[in-house]
Write a protein that binds this ligand. Structure first.
Ligand SMILES: [Zn+2]
Length: 202
């Protein structure tokens, strides 16, 4: 990783894009929609050293083992693409705040999407997602497993190529404690129940 770095530049914004490059041919027709404001984007993802290191790691995941120079980042509310699964092209829609699965060679991990963004490299747009992962606990509620969101774990990697994300077909609900969630969920409480009795139509 020594030869890797991503130069610091300011965030940039533009219109929706559908010309997203991806070396993985099993993922097609990536579209990023509804770009979001500069203020909102700064709140959810800082352009700091961790951001640039994780972006470099994501290029590494896609097979780009060269130094990356940052030019512009554009942030969006949602993304969609087709993934080839069992000889069928399946449409996946990813939206900020939704639960997804991050698929790696080793495992599948549940996570909540924090941001969706494109980065321009070598005159091509690449798409990335930043997400907070869930970690399973040994506790259950009504026979459903209890998970802890890793949003305050600063050592947790958050940025991955969009090709590693799949829409999750199960359902997570906040594990509201007493009266803490009367005026909206208390997100300092990071416990969530994976509801095994609920299935979404996707
Ligand atoms: Zn709650």
């Amino acid at each position: 990783m020594d030869s890797w770095f991503i130069a610091e530049r300011s965030f940039d914004f533009n219109d929706d894009i559908s010309e997203v490059h991806l070396p993985d041919e099993s993922i097609t027709k990536i579209t990023l929609k509804k770009h979001i404001s500069r203020r909102k984007c700064k709140e959810i993802l800082l352009n700091n050293a961790d951001f640039r290191i994780e972006l470099a790691m994501s290029y590494w995941d896609m097979g780009y083992h060269l130094a990356i120079f940052g030019t512009s980042y554009k942030f969006y509310e949602y993304a969609c693409f087709f993934a080839e699964e069992n000889d069928t092209n399946v449409l996946h829609r990813l939206h900020i705040g939704e639960v997804v699965t991050i698929v790696t060679d080793e495992c599948e991990t549940f996570a909540i999407i924090q941001s969706i963004f494109s980065h321009q490299y070598n005159n091509q747009q690449f798409a990335f997602v930043s997400a907070d992962k869930f970690k399973i606990t040994n506790r259950t509620v009504l026979r459903c497993p209890l998970f802890k969101l890793q949003s305050t774990n600063t050592r947790q990697r958050r940025i991955f190529p969009i090709s590693m994300f799949r829409l999750d077909i199960t359902h997570f609900v906040h594990y509201c404690n007493g009266n803490e969630c009367i005026d909206g969920h208390n997100l300092k409480n990071e416990m969530y129940i994976r509801n095994l009795y609920f299935f979404k139509n996707v």
